[in-house]
Design a protein around this ligand. Structure first.
Ligand SMILES: NC(=O)c1ccc[n+]([C@@H]2O[C@H](COP(=O)([O-])OP(=O)(O)OC[C@H]3O[C@@H](n4cnc5c(N)ncnc54)[C@H](OP(=O)(O)O)[C@@H]3O)[C@@H](O)[C@H]2O)c1
Length: 289
């Protein structure tokens, strides 16, 4: 069985290559396969005839996407669509990874009146160009290929990529103090756990849309605090509002995903995010020692 992983140079792509190691996956970085290039996608799928394509490719620079929505659409909407079309024509299942940013951040409430996480069945309402491009990618895949898995995840961090945890470690060590927003909440997710869950999802053969994150949720401020605590770093940490950053793209204030459907499908629950963070810090330590 051939497994093709696109975006193999990214933090999730690299850990997917490890998670699928026993299937001898074929990884393609952006330089090797630009998913926005329809002809290139067709040629790769025709050559490899993968039983499973896992699309971890995306333009993830949220502020960059805001300034160039056409480029975002090409990578994040057309890319998954070309892959879905090739899988439909040539045979194969597609897993494509999506995001909490397909929601607007205005927290939904449960029957008890308390805010709840976004479910797989809540209406999409992205508030920035990145979220719009990812939502379009989801929709195009859904319309094109019945045998799809859309995996929504959030606040992703791995040992081999740029992410919030690694930025905090670097800035904390360099400056000894940092201000972090405390008015955005989400579900931190660690690529080792996510890649393994995607492997289990593929094996389950159950198609559709699932939210997969580590358990629990927090603010960026709380994630920074936990990072410094578990890394045993003495850093002066100050909370600040998102408005202090004045970034081009608005961010959803409530980005928590609920994994009820994934759990019903036998995927999860994943470890609590603090456990995922602990494991990531151990992996980072091991890679530098
Ligand atoms: N990072 C997060 O916090 C987060 C949150 C929710 C969902 N997600 C989703 O999770 C998935 C994996 O993200 P990640 O965190 O692993 O991001 P990442 O580290 O930025 O990896 C994405 C990879 O895709 C590549 N890429 C960009 N445009 C491409 C194109 N047109 N064709 C082929 N490859 C292309 C990038 O290459 P270059 O680096 O060379 O551009 C990069 O290697 C994505 O679908 C993302 O939308 C991420």
């Amino acid at each position: 069985m051939t497994v093709l992983i696109t975006g193999a140079g990214g933090q999730l792509g690299k850990d997917l290559l490890d998670a699928f190691a026993e299937h001898h996956p074929v990884g393609r970085t952006r330089a090797q396969l630009d998913v926005g290039d329809e002809a290139a996608v067709w040629a790769a799928v025709e050559e490899l005839r993968p039983a499973i394509v896992i699309n971890a490719a995306a333009w993830t620079d949220v502020d960059g996407c805001e300034g160039d929505p056409a480029r975002a659409h090409r990578a994040n909407a057309l890319g998954p669509w070309w892959l879905a079309r090739a899988c439909r024509a040539l045979g194969g299942t597609l897993v494509t990874v999506s995001t909490d940013y397909v929601f607007d951040g205005d927290a939904p409430t449960g029957p008890d009146g308390h805010r709840r996480g976004w479910s797989e069945f809540d209406a999409l309402a992205p508030i920035n160009a990145y979220g719009r491009s990812k939502a379009a990618g989801e929709q195009l895949v859904r319309e094109t290929l019945p045998d799809h898995h859309i995996v929504r995840t959030a606040w992703v961090a791995g040992a081999r990529g740029g992410n919030f945890v690694r930025t905090m470690l670097r800035v904390g060590r360099e400056r000894g103090r940092v201000a972090v927003v405390d008015d955005q909440h989400g579900s931190p997710t660690f690529t080792r756990d996510l890649a393994d869950a995607i492997r289990r999802l593929v094996v389950s053969g159950r198609h559709g849309t699932v939210n997969i994150t580590n358990q629990g949720w927090c603010s960026w401020f709380e994630l920074a605090a936990a990072t410094f605590e578990l890394a045993d770093l003495d850093v002066e940490l100050t909370p600040q509002p998102s408005s202090a950053l004045d970034r081009p793209a608005p961010r959803p204030a409530w980005s928590v995903l609920e994994g009820t459907h994934a759990e019903a499908m036998g995927i999860g629950p994943l470890p609590h995010w603090r456990e995922g963070l602990r494991a990531l810090l151990r992996e980072l330590d091991a890679s530098t020692s």
